[in-house]
Design a protein around this ligand. Structure first.
Ligand code: FAD
Length: 263
């Protein structure tokens, strides 16, 4: 398998970097090919602006989606963005690895998504009409690929449990797993989350690294989160509401988008 790791931590001696190296060693030992986008090392530009669209007349208004669509179609995206799109096309599995910062990903990784997910590539794909709302959520250019988050968090596991004060981790990560990964087509595996990491000792590291290596070995077989596919008949078009009665008993909000019959 071809595995792309998009890595967002500023320090090469960090816990995150050590865990990434463990994952890479395990993947390579199992015959997978690995490429890494180490965003801080690459000095990744995290903001979308005029400089992303060299073909735009200078001083003209920047309509981001339109400029992105035109640049993607014309092959005039900047080299850094085009390079990352090429890596996404190469990868069978994409891993986003980051420390949880303010209940989400570091800004540099959000900026990678914003710039690399060009219009016509990751969104704005497929027919948009009153019969079909594009190829999204399980369909699209990244369909058939797998994706997974590897996250470290300072908080305890119980803080992120069903009754935890921070909210359940699956809900906090939903904008990423569902909105950024399932949306352009990925099947998304359950996240690997290491909790309470800030004072992790050597024994804790060995345990965490061993758990992560096991997840890397199981990458191809791990069942994905059973997010519903947009065009599988579960949603009304064009309101995009879940058809009444499909949710499992007690499921509300985000949870309704899980198809419990798939596990
Ligand atoms: P590091 O600081 O590099 O290391 C953590 C510990 O692991 C250290 O004690 C280190 O000694 C130890 N360690 C053990 N073995 C090794 C090894 N082999 N290599 C390297 N280190 C090792 N947490 C939350 O839960 N929710 C939040 O919303 C949140 N927001 C944050 C926002 C900001 C701006 C910041 C700075 C932190 C936030 N945190 C939050 C905490 C954050 O998630 C953790 O600090 C982070 O996950 C730790 O990962 P790291 O790679 O930076 O760890």
């Amino acid at each position: 398998m071809n595995v792309l790791i998009v890595f967002a931590h500023p320090d090469p001696r960090s816990l995150n970097a050590a865990l990434r190296d463990e994952a890479v060693r395990e993947l390579e030992a199992n015959g997978h090919e690995v490429r890494i986008s180490d965003l801080y090392r690459m000095e990744w530009k995290a903001t979308v602006d005029h400089d992303d669209f060299p073909d735009l007349p200078s001083g003209g208004r920047l309509r981001v989606a339109q400029a992105s669509r035109e640049a993607f179609a014309a092959g005039s995206l900047t080299a850094d963005v085009a390079g990352e799109i090429e890596k996404l096309r190469w990868a069978d599995t994409v891993i986003l690895q980051f420390p949880l910062w303010w209940f989400s990903m570091p800004a540099i990784l959000k900026g990678w998504i914003e710039r690399v997910y060009a219009c016509g590539f990751a969104y704005g794909v497929g027919e948009h009409s009153d019969r079909r709302w594009g190829d999204r959520y399980g369909e699209g250019n990244l369909a058939g690929r797998r994706a997974m988050l590897v996250v470290t968090a300072g908080g305890w596991e119980s803080h992120y449990g069903e009754r935890g004060i921070n909210g359940p981790i699956e809900d906090l990560l939903f904008p990423i797993t569902h909105g950024m990964l399932h949306y352009p087509g990925f099947e998304v595996l359950p996240a690997f989350v290491a909790y309470r990491v800030d004072r992790m000792d050597e024994a804790g590291f060995r345990r965490t690294a061993s758990d992560l290596r096991a997840r890397m070995r199981a990458l191809a077989e791990t069942p994905p989160i059973p997010y519903r596919h947009q065009n599988g008949g579960d949603y009304l078009i064009p309101s995009m509401e879940l058809r009444p009665g499909l949710e499992a008993d007690g499921d509300r909000g985000i949870r309704m988008h899980l198809d419990r019959s798939r596990g």
